[in-house]
Design a binder for this molecule. Structure first.
Ligand code: NAD
Ligand code: MG
Length: 359
């Protein structure tokens, strides 16, 4: 299979390259943002020529546009491992080009899940989830009637702390996830539980189910569960290693090559709990969005969150201001309307600028 990877230099991108090579597929092209030295390393490690594109730095480019990258490489599968809003364009281009997609970029579904489903259906393409919770649910899907999706949440680094204890946490502490080594954006989202909010919306659009609960599970061994109509619960378990999800998505959930270490049951303690939605507002927002099919709120919270993380990274605000800033944006913009993809891009930049100029 010929595979084109977007966001090749990131955490998921690099692990994807490893998995693609182990499975014996061919990487035909890569996109990256600005990490030239990492991209050079990748090019060197492959024993054949690939096409490369970045819209930020042009030194390694073999094509001039994303469209040319698609045309020249003619991939059978695209891996979208770009972080944040920029991933949406790649998801749309991939399915419009009738190419199957292995999707790590959860923001695509958060921002435009309704449109992505519509296009994927019309084009007859498959979207395979790399996000570990969704990958687990996809893997568990059976013919029994599903009652509820149970997305596990590690809670990030601060779950058991009181909000007032988090006033002075640094960017470094906030991005230091206890179980997963990930890019900084998703790591901060784990600490605020915005990541779980995004994943609940992602799961709604991906699986067409409104009954979704986030369950606190600090060990990150159970990647998600399905409650069936007979009240039996099926869980997918493994060590916390994204290579499993990447391998399942690339092999379209058919291949079962062992790509990760076995789970050791010695002293394995698993615990679970319900999440207090009054303490963790992002869970409340996700439920509201799912219940009301709200198309505007996901764009607002995503944009305000992006801006707040940038402000926190640049030490302009404290960690504890991220969620109040998102609340402020919800308050100021929830009367807006989203009718098409263009509206998403416009509202996103208006809100980002609004928040960035305010602090
Ligand atoms: P990362 O920050 O390590 O890598 C991001 C990649 O995206 C880089 O290759 C970068 O070059 C590219 N990129 C960033 N901004 C871009 C832009 N404006 N235009 C083009 N390319 C750009 O992030 P990551 O942790 O690998 O996460 C990637 C995606 O996968 C995110 O959507 C994240 O939520 C999702 N995800 C990650 C993990 C994980 O374990 N890391 C798990 C589940 C889901
Ligand atoms: Mg996840």
């Amino acid at each position: 299979m010929n595979i084109l990877i977007f966001g090749a230099t990131g955490s998921i991108g690099i692990q994807s390259i490893n998995v693609v090579r182990k499975l014996g597929h061919k990487i035909v092209g890569c996109s990256f943002h600005s990490n030239i030295s990492q991209m050079q390393k990748i090019i060197k490690s492959l024993k054949y020529d690939i096409d490369v594109f970045s819209s930020k730095v042009t030194a390694l480019n073999t094509v001039k546009t994303i469209d040319q990258l698609f045309e020249k490489t003619k991939p059978d599968l695209v891996i979208n491992a770009i972080s944040g809003f920029a991933g949406l364009e790649i998801t749309l281009k991939t399915i419009l080009n009738k190419i199957d997609l292995a999707l790590a970029n959860k923001e695509s579904y958060v921002l435009a899940g309704w449109k992505i489903k519509e296009i994927a259906k019309a084009q007859g393409v498959n979207i395979f989830p790399i996000d570990s919770e969704h990958c687990a649910i996809y893997d568990l899907m059976k013919n029994k009637r599903i009652n509820k999706l149970l997305l596990t949440a590690s809670g990030g680094p601060f779950y058991n702390k009181e909000i007032h204890e988090l006033n002075n946490v640094s960017f470094y502490e906030a991005k230091n996830h206890p179980n997963w080594k990930m890019g900084y954006k998703i790591s901060i989202d784990s600490a605020t539980l915005m990541n779980k909010c995004f994943e609940m919306i992602e799961a709604y659009y991906m699986f067409n189910i409104k009954n979704i609960e986030a369950i606190y599970h600090p060990q990150s061994i159970v990647h998600s569960m399905i409650e069936f109509s007979d009240n039996s619960v099926h869980a997918q378990m493994s060590i916390a290693d994204m290579k499993l999800a990447i391998e399942l998505a690339i092999s379209k959930f058919k291949s079962k090559v062992p790509i990760i270490e076995k789970l050791s049951f010695e002293k394995l303690n698993l615990s679970f709990d319900y999440i207090d939605e009054n303490k963790w507002l992002p869970i409340k927002w996700a439920k509201y969005i799912i219940k009301n099919d709200d198309r505007v709120l996901p764009v607002i919270i995503n944009a305000a969150n992006d801006a707040a993380i940038e402000l926190f990274k640049n030490k302009k605000i404290k960690f504890n201001q991220i969620i109040p800033i998102i609340s402020l944006a919800i308050n100021d913009f929830s009367n807006q309307k989203i009718n098409n993809i263009k509206d998403i891009f416009i509202l996103n930049s208006i809100i980002k600028q609004y928040i960035l100029s305010k602090f």
